[in-house]
Design a protein around this ligand. Structure first.
Ligand SMILES: [Zn+2]
Length: 335
């Protein structure tokens, strides 16, 4: 009888653990599945030794307060340039994991998989794992689970105030900046003292002006879950043929991206999009580059937003988005 009771408890325990793993919980401090800024250069050096000639990596700028290098990986040999930025907001770590997975997985596949090789001979992916290394370090060091901005000393008190300092890098691009009312420097959405005031944003603007991109993709994760598993397009007043083409690309990506905790796939947001100084507005309006924002991370069965899932889910998400990106490239391929 006692054995039966214990046996029953074991089964209940296992079922409970299995349901947690499936339904999703946030785990903080972050698991080892999330890349650390301090290890980024070492990982890229190691991968480029393992897969010589597939990609190059370089510094494209430095963060404004701590002078940390911002890295870009140039992967593939084609003429068609695609920009992928894994992170603007510090606590949105899934895009960094996806970026590093893309570099590793596509480098490996380039040497083994004829289809991937053909795509990477046609395209050139510019993968920037993060433009916010200061915020990335704060979140991955275990100092704070929630943080959006960089580390600019916005109140000028000569010290770093974890909860209030910083500029929202995705409100600082020089487009629609005047229309944005986020002037309170303590707000998580603070747009900064001037358009493109932040070094991190300047680095991306310079890259965007130097390279002729045909598409830009920005990964984010929705902290509240309200935006989860959706793709957002730039703010436009009318849908031009070029915009309809962008929507088709986004729909293709969405179709290939299953939701993590519910049935169905991602969807492309319709209706109005924010007229603020974000990256997708800047690329679309100022550089004439089609651009989309992908909100990764889901809402679990209890309605809780999951932005820091455990190791297994990080791997699953990274794989799924690598696959979706390849499908998008294939869909858009000229060959
Ligand atoms: Zn974000």
């Amino acid at each position: 009888m006692t054995n039966k009771v214990f046996g029953g408890l074991w089964v209940c325990g296992l079922l409970f653990l299995a349901s947690c793993a499936y339904q999703g919980v946030n785990q903080y401090p972050l698991s080892a599945a999330y890349p650390r800024y301090e290890a980024l250069l070492g990982s890229l050096n190691e991968l480029s030794r393992e897969y010589p000639g597939v990609f190059q990596h370089r510094i494209i700028g430095f963060s404004g307060t701590e002078n940390l290098p911002i890295y870009a990986v140039e992967l593939g040999k084609g003429e068609r340039n695609i920009l992928i930025i894994g992170q603007h907001h510090a606590d949105e770590m899934l895009g960094v994991a996806i970026s590093l997975h893309l570099v590793e997985e596509l480098s490996r596949a380039y040497l083994k998989d004829a289809k991937v090789k053909a795509l990477l001979d046609e395209y050139r992916l510019w993968i920037v794992p993060s433009i916010n290394p200061e915020g990335w370090r704060v979140v991955s060091s275990g100092l704070s689970r929630i943080k959006r901005k960089n580390n600019r000393d916005t109140d000028g008190n000569k010290k770093f105030d974890l909860r209030t300092d910083g500029v929202d890098l995705n409100r600082n691009y020089p487009i629609f900046w005047d229309l944005d009312g986020e002037t309170n420097h303590m707000s998580s959405f603070y747009k900064g003292p001037a358009p493109a005031s932040e070094q991190e944003v300047k680095a991306i603007i310079a890259l965007g002006r130097r390279i002729s991109f045909e598409l830009a993709i920005f990964y984010h994760s929705s902290l509240t879950g309200a935006l989860s598993e959706r793709i957002f397009l730039p703010a436009v007043t009318e849908e031009s043929p070029e915009f309809m083409q962008l929507r088709k690309l986004a729909e293709e990506y969405a179709k290939q991206s299953p939701r993590d905790y519910h049935r169905g796939t991602y969807r492309v947001q319709t209706g109005t999009s924010s007229r603020v100084g974000n990256a997708r507005n800047f690329f679309w309006h100022a550089l004439k580059v089609p651009a989309m924002l992908i909100e990764v991370g889901g809402v679990n069965r209890q309605g809780q937003s999951i932005i820091h899932p455990g190791e297994k889910m990080v791997k699953r998400i990274s794989k799924r988005h690598t696959k979706a990106l390849l499908s998008l490239l294939e869909y858009n391929s000229g060959s």
